[in-house]
Ligand binder design. Structure first.
Ligand SMILES: [Zn+2]
Length: 444
């Protein structure tokens, strides 16, 4: 399978030594590991040399992550402990573990309790939070997607823009701590256009606070609508109009570029309208708002009749979220390759949501071999991962037989295919190259 993954990127002599070290680390890991790649609980993975290698590797950017699903459970817990006005539901499921911001002078309704107090008093334990805030908590009587969506409901804490800024500042500082240079976040712009713009401005405030100390860091937003069949088209239309309003009115002033760069539609695909249902809306918005791109979730389905990739491609997207089932459509695979459309591949998300059992069988291996550009991304790390993007690089490295040249290409692609403007992209790439060279010097 090695030929399937290795794209024969020319390596310097120092890189060749690091490549040999990477392959030895992988050999060590694969000989001793017989688990199921559960990234949330498997400390054997985190303690491995291969994982540490993936952790320190300069990975560039995370191009596919959903807002409010960004901080893994331990980082979310630490952040909530530091916030005096965050409360947790300590009663029965399904509300148990729900987080809300509250003003104590207005009275705290039972059974909510200040988060730090609930944890210190033992009303709820970190182990239980790990379960009810992640895919680990899914019961036998529900699909993984049904459980997955209840986790989002427990995290509806961003009820004003002050908390939005505080939360995203924690998210961006966490990404900086991981050495990730840019993050593209998919947001749901509810409310009036002005309310949606105020929310985007609050996220931008968090970005600028982090930029004050990390001038190279960059954030871009993708505005998403809901595509569930039971969501009224008027609701989705308003969300997409709001995204276009943000695109026009909330710019990255410091970099002189667009802040919200693209549109998308989210939700479990098999219970949603086809993309064609929204085609007139999407077509109109990109025509009316030059610069606004389409980066569409599609192909995240095992259904034999899935047509979402085909429908997405009629709208000229610049990237596809997942594109997992492209292998069912050889002619579309060729179209994606010929048009140079980048796939945002989220291996941990695909594993945890049940689209495959063994990372070695991930179809993106074949997509790379066919010449389709891909990036690795994290999707919903808060509910699925131990460490954002590190886990995705780890799973791909261990499961796909990637060498250093492949990892270098995946990282470089994350900047090449990001939605920042040309000047920022060049800056990000120069900085990534500097980090890469330092990583090689340290490890060769
Ligand atoms: Zn996604």
């Amino acid at each position: 399978m090695a030929e399937l993954d290795t794209l024969r990127i020319a390596l310097t002599p120092d890189e060749q030594r690091v490549d040999a070290r990477l392959r030895a680390l992988k050999e060590d890991f694969l000989q001793s590991y017989h688990g199921q790649y559960n990234m949330l609980t498997d400390s054997e993975i985190w303690q491995s040399g291969l994982y540490r290698f993936c952790h320190s590797l300069p990975k560039g950017a995370d191009l596919h992550i959903h807002g409010l699903a960004c901080l893994p459970v331990r980082e979310m817990t630490d952040w909530l402990m530091s916030q005096g006005d965050m409360y947790i539901h300590t009663g029965e499921m399904p509300q148990r573990g729900s987080i809300r911001m509250m003003d104590p002078s207005a009275g705290i309704p039972e059974p909510y309790k200040r988060f730090a107090d609930a944890l210190m008093d033992g009303d709820i334990t970190p182990e239980e939070l790990q379960r009810i805030w992640s895919v680990l908590g899914a019961g036998p009587d529900q699909t993984i997607w049904e459980w997955f969506e209840t986790i989002f409901d427990r995290h509806l804490f961003a009820t004003n823009n002050d908390i939005v800024t505080r939360y995203y500042e924690a998210v961006f500082r966490y990404y900086v701590s991981l050495g990730i240079q840019l993050v593209e976040i998919r947001i749901l712009p509810f409310g009036t256009p002005e309310e949606a713009a105020a929310m985007a401005t609050a996220i931008r405030d968090a970005y600028y606070r982090v930029m004050d100390t990390e001038p190279g860091f960059c954030v871009r937003l993708l505005g998403c609508g809901l595509k569930y069949a039971w969501v009224d088209l008027g609701v989705t239309t308003a969300m997409m109009e709001n995204a276009a309003y943000i695109h026009e009115n909330v710019k990255d002033i410091r970099r002189g570029e667009d802040f919200l760069t693209a549109l998308d539609l989210v939700n479990e695909e098999d219970r949603s309208h086809e993309i064609s249902f929204y085609a007139p809306l999407l077509t109109r918005l990109v025509q009316e708002h030059p610069g606004l791109k389409l980066m569409l979730h599609c192909g995240e389905s095992l259904h034999p009749d899935s047509r979402s990739v085909e429908e997405a491609l009629t709208l000229s997207p610049v990237r596809l979220g997942h594109g997992f089932n492209l292998y069912q459509h050889p002619e579309l695979l060729e179209q994606v390759r010929a048009e140079g459309i980048c796939l945002e591949v989220c291996p941990v998300s695909n594993l945890t949501l049940g689209y495959l059992k063994d990372p070695a069988n991930h179809p993106a291996r074949g997509y790379r071999a066919a010449g389709i550009p891909i990036v690795l991304a994290s999707d919903d790390p808060a509910f699925q991962e131990h460490t954002n993007l590190v886990d995705d690089f780890f799973v791909a490295t261990a499961g796909w037989d990637l060498g250093l040249g492949d990892l270098k290409e995946l990282a470089a692609h994350s900047i090449r295919y990001c939605s920042a403007g040309a000047a920022t992209k060049e800056q990000l790439f120069r900085e990534w190259q500097r980090r890469w060279d330092a990583f090689i010097r340290k490890n060769c």
